[in-house]
Design a protein around this ligand. Structure first.
Ligand code: NAP
Ligand code: 3JN
Length: 334
């Protein structure tokens, strides 16, 4: 790669794509030229980057000439179809989708955990699912010291995790609900305003959802430990931004809540907010727009010998998607 980079954003008009633009600006990523790619639907639109308007171009196999870095967030089928062309054209791709995450020769990276894998890439580096990212940032420092044997996680995932249209749907439904008008769900399978939906993505044959099994399989790959037992329940909640997780751990070595608090207060990317006397704990409203993974409600599990419970919150569009991918890109250019 040269010193200033030609960057393409695949899915530039989406929730994650927009966040890519803002974070590249904020972190002064060395961009020479930027190419904004989306579907036919966005033909004629323009988006601002570093004070200049750029046209949206329709994504094709020829979109990658002269491009050094592709940040992809146009969905898994687009990644499967177009990233091989980008690699052929000489670009390195950081992919936000699930398309290549579990491929053996594709690194699946959360820089706070396994940045050493980045250099093994063959053109594509995968960004994990947002729920996996925030969980492993908080759990990796504990795993290193006490070896996690089992994780039971319940997620509370904001609507933005499912894309821009779902954010609008929550707005619309909330207004209708408060006006006591009839709600016909369009984007979600059920009403999301003033409700919870215990299903994210499709159900698999084992009665878990695809989102739940992503957490299981991706966590094992990132933490390089196939022996960790993981049970996940993913729930969509009427929150606009930031995902929350209730996590219970069983460790091989005994570790106290106080020790966990100390370890996490020094861990990269983590911010501990945990003072029950002041009713201080992480909440999605405070995590929105922030880069950290927030951890609180750290407590000993009274029901087993080596157990810890905690509450983890992070902005799903930033650390859960765009920021993690740009941190990977920063390692690439280093
Ligand atoms: P979104 O707001 O719905 O945006 C989708 C983007 O993909 C838009 O820019 C859209 O362009 C583009 N797109 C859709 N179909 C296309 C096509 N046929 N050709 C070219 N571009 C196309 O969704 P999002 O929240 O940004 O998420 C996008 C993807 O990122 C997801 O599908 C997922 O794979 C990944 N993601 C990952 C995480 C994570 O956990 N790491 C979190 C969220 C999303 P138009 O505006 O032209 O339709
Ligand atoms: O729903 C959420 O909160 C996260 C969703 C992520 C997502 C949405 C559509 C397609 C993904 C993902 O990142 O796993 C995918 C996908 O790429 O399969």
């Amino acid at each position: 790669m040269s010193k200033i980079y030609n960057v393409a954003i695949m899915g530039a008009t989406g929730a994650v794509g927009n966040c890519f633009l803002r974070i590249l600006e904020e972190r002064r990523f060395p961009v020479e030229n930027i190419r904004l790619l989306a579907s036919e639907r966005s033909k004629g639109k323009k988006l601002k980057f570093n004070g200049k308007l750029y046209p949206i171009e329709v994504l094709t196999h020829d979109s990658f000439g002269g491009i050094d870095l592709v940040l992809a967030s146009a969905g898994a089928s687009r990644s499967l179809e177009f990233l091989p062309s980008a690699v052929k054209a000489g670009a390195v791709c950081v992919d936000n989708s699930s398309a290549f995450r579990m491929e053996k020769d594709v690194p699946l990276v959360v820089p706070e955990v396994n940045s050493h894998r980045i250099k093994e890439h063959k053109g594509i580096i995968a960004n994990p699912n947002c729920s996996t990212i925030q969980m492993v940032v908080a759990l990796w420092p504990i795993h290193r010291i006490a070896k996690i044997k089992r994780i039971v996680v319940t997620t509370f995932q904001s609507v933005s995790g499912a894309g821009q249209k779902k954010v609008l749907e929550l707005w619309k439904q909330s207004k209708l609900f408060l006006a006591k008008k009839r709600i016909i769900p369009v984007e979600f399978s059920h009403r999301i305003a003033f409700n919870l939906i215990p299903q994210i993505d499709i159900f698999l044959d084992n009665a878990y959802t695809k989102e739940e099994m992503k957490i299981v399989n991706e966590t094992r790959k990132i933490m390089e430990d196939a022996s960790i037992q993981i049970n996940a329940t993913c729930v969509r909640v009427p929150v606009f931004y930031a995902h929350s997780e209730s996590v219970n751990l069983e460790t091989e070595r005994h570790i106290t809540a106080d020790e966990v608090r100390k370890i996490l207060s020094k861990a990269p990317g983590v911010r501990v907010i945990d003072d029950p006397n002041k009713q201080a704990y992480p909440m999605p409203a405070d995590a929105e727009g922030r880069d950290e993974v927030f951890v609180g409600r750290i407590r000993d599990d009274l029901s087993i010998e080596n157990g810890i419970s905690m509450w983890i919150v992070s902005d799903n569009i930033r650390k859960g998607a765009a920021l993690n991918a740009i941190q990977i890109a920063e390692y690439l250019v280093k």
